[in-house]
Ligand binder design. Sequence first.
Ligand code: DSN
Length: 417
Amino acid sequence: MSRHPHIAATDPELDDLLGQEERRQAECIRLIPSENYVSSAVLEATGSVLTNKYSEGYPGRRYYEGQQVIDQVEQLARDRAKALFSADFANVQPYSGSPANLAVYFAFCQPGDTVMGMALPHGGHLTHGWNVSISGAYFNSVQYGVDRETQRIDYDQVRALALEHRPKLLWAGATAYPRVIDFEAFASIAKEIDALFIADIAHIAGLVAGGAHPSPVPHADVVTTTTHKTLRGPRGGMILCKKAHRKKINAAVFPGLQGGPHNHTTAALAVALKEAATPAFKQYAAQIVQNSRALAEALLARGFDLVTGGSDNHLLLIDLTAKNVPGKVAAQALDRAGIVCNYNTVPFDPRKPFDPSGLRLGTPAITSRGMGLEQMKQLGHWIDQVVAAPEDETVIARIRGEVIELCAQFPAPGLAD
Ligand code: DSN
């Protein structure tokens, strides 16, 4: 039976595609660290009639009438975000993380200004000044990285580059960095050069909310995030900032960059923020990290090289060089076995980004299903078997069957209830 009877009645072709994707999400072990399963409540809000409404402006100051309810919804989301992260101010309108980051540039910089962030191949994000992104093309971008030996952020290098180039913005935050980020150290470097310190916590927002990673909020001028990764909300973005920056941030988001906010997403974010304020979510955040550590141990025990030697957040980066298997080959073989991750560059990768040496794995989605330490051991075993024989379709088919059996024991939120 379709989960969407109205679509089934009017558009069987799309209904069939939705059904296929629901099945894939139910029957695969999803290890992409930026993905998750939202609750049925978040899904309901995402599919609500709030999608029908335009609301350019902010609560109490709109350019369209009929905002009696929308103003309250947006205020609720703002208040919940402020309370959850102990922030002075929250803007919940950015369409996603990249627009949120672009709003920060627009709020504080002129084209050509110097900005500084972590290089993409070392685990940073495109929008932190990488050359193919607008943030690298329109600004004078200085990029820091990780130390060749430890593969951890080299705070001495960050400080030296900051003193030399005196960027206007100093970004911290990553998409492929398996360790805790020292936000206090970044803030102190930014203070030394009178730069604004911007923390992008897209990957770790849920860990920060749940107390499983130190918060940058007390230290940063501005904190940006997506809302759909570890935070387990709808696809969207959010900016938290100190009171002094409120006006600039608001003006940069609207009318600077965006038109009407996606009110259905704002409502779903309000739901997710309420969920994230519960003791159960705190436990969830802690379990993500425990699972990531357990998976790291299982892989290390089977001779895998992990960037930095382990994990203390939600993700791991495997360097497959010693296994003599390219990241893409391994990722595609794992996908056929029902274990979904992504190939990724590793720091100082001699291979090309489209065919790199690494695999990026994360535990947010499987932890949402209730998987724990036992399952991480099993997962390490399966990953080892597939990577050892990425072209052995018999092994892959057998593991695919075992993965489906395991998934059936751990129903996914939003799909099973
Ligand atoms: N696409 C996100 C990720 O996978 O990390 C970053 O924007």
